[in-house]
Design a protein. Structure first.
Length: 358
């Protein structure tokens, strides 16, 4: 692979970790676990270091990114760090006027809806990734043998923020553009795919041992629309890092009907939300695909008996896959008691060998 010799994966630091072995479909000595949104508002130490700094400014301050990325690893003993950033960071680096409003999410000043706006979108250059590259390098230097997962937003989810101008439940303008102006849609989604691929490739080359593509809102699409309007653009992003040889994970919320199509976009591992059990997901994938997931985040509030039972059921269903990395079905809710997460990690780690292995 074209990864540098001192990259954590090629230098052997992370290649034998439970996380990477599970992503490769090998049997690990114990289940690997991490949580989407494990860095963030559930941690008092996160709220302390973030105080007074806007979200996107924090994402562009390498020392702060390293500190926040390490916090959940130190506290919970999870098997992976996820790079602290946001899916809209590459849009901001390219020059789009976007901010993250507390309690709301990404807000785009001028929603992109016309051909003139799409034609004027600026290309993201590798030079503009400097703060990201520095932050990844500084973070992997501190992580030792714990793998760092890089990530990016998939074209549909990111395009929805650009077209709607902010968070949306129905994605009306975005879906209308696909059907009313498919050429314009393809041009916009193509720009997003190039931009987010540059961001993801930059992270992997700088030192991440895996790459996750979040198509969080793809579950709003029919299978036919997904295949026609979205899959080719997601495939562009996944293909852009294929030569690097790191496991590529693809995840969306409510995407039970899209699992096989999302896998065909070029993923090595499928992230599954909590709406379908992992054994059903495995059947829909036709077998042979490592999976990640899928404890319902609501169970973090249901007490230890119920949470423990849910974790045991997820482990059992995960044994139908060649490899399984435990996660939630979506992100850690900000109100979560962090001690519950630490307890869950310990429970999973003491539950014996992971499933999988062929
Ligand atoms: O001030 C704050 O603390 C803001 C909250 C916050 C955080 C901590 C946002 C705003 N983003 C993040 C970090 C973040 N975003 C991570 C960090 C690493 C980790 O997981 O620990 C990651 C992976 C993301 C990715 C992200 N951003 C996604 C995909 C994952 C998912 O949750 O589905 C999406 C959809 C976003 C957009 C976004 N950014 C922030 C919010 C609140 C949202 C969602 C808004 C909406 O509902 O549309």
């Amino acid at each position: 692979t074209p990864l540098p010799d001192d990259h954590p994966l090629t230098s052997g630091r992370t290649a034998d970790s439970a996380l990477i072995r599970s992503y490769r479909g090998e049997r690990a000595e114990r289940p690997a676990v991490w949580f989407m949104r494990q860095a963030g508002r559930s941690l008092p130490e996160y709220r302390a270091v973030r105080a007074g700094t806007a979200m996107l400014d924090a994402c562009l301050t390498p020392d702060l990114v390293t500190e926040i990325t390490l916090q959940p690893v130190r506290r919970h003993g999870v098997d992976a760090a996820i790079f602290f950033s946001d899916i809209v960071v590459p849009l901001k680096l390219a020059g789009i006027d976007v901010e993250i409003r507390p309690g709301v999410g990404p807000v785009v000043a001028d929603p992109i809806r016309t051909a003139a706006q799409v034609a004027a979108l600026p290309e993201l250059t590798v030079d503009q990734l400097t703060p990201i590259v520095q932050a990844v390098r500084g973070t992997v230097a501190e992580l030792g043998s714990t793998p760092l997962i890089g990530f990016a937003g998939a074209p549909f989810t990111l395009a929805s923020y650009l077209v709607e101008g902010g968070p949306s439940r129905e994605h009306l303008h975005t879906k209308a553009m696909m059907h009313a102006a498919p050429e314009l849609w393809n041009e916009l989604a193509g720009w997003v795919a190039r931009t987010t691929a540059t961001f993801l490739r930059g992270q992997v080359l700088a030192g991440t041992s895996a790459a996750q593509l979040f198509d969080s809102w793809a579950g709003a699409l029919s299978l036919a629309d997904y295949r026609t309007f979205v899959q080719p653009h997601s495939a562009h992003v996944l293909t852009a890092v294929a030569d690097l040889g790191v496991p590529r994970i693809h995840f969306g919320v409510g995407t039970g009907e899209l699992l096989a199509a999302m896998h065909e976009a070029g993923a090595d591992v499928m992230g599954v939300d909590h709406r379908i059990p992992l054994d059903v997901a495995q059947q829909r994938l036709g077998g042979g695909v490592p999976v990640q997931g899928n404890i319902d985040p609501a169970l973090l509030f249901a007490g230890r008996d119920a949470l423990g039972a849910a974790a045991t059921a997820v482990l059992a269903a995960g044994r139908t896959a060649p490899g399984h990395v435990v996660n939630l079905g979506h992100g850690v809710p900000p109100e979560t008691d962090p001690d519950v997460l630490t307890w869950l990690v310990d429970l999973l780690h003491s539950s014996g060998p992971a499933g999988g292995g062929s």
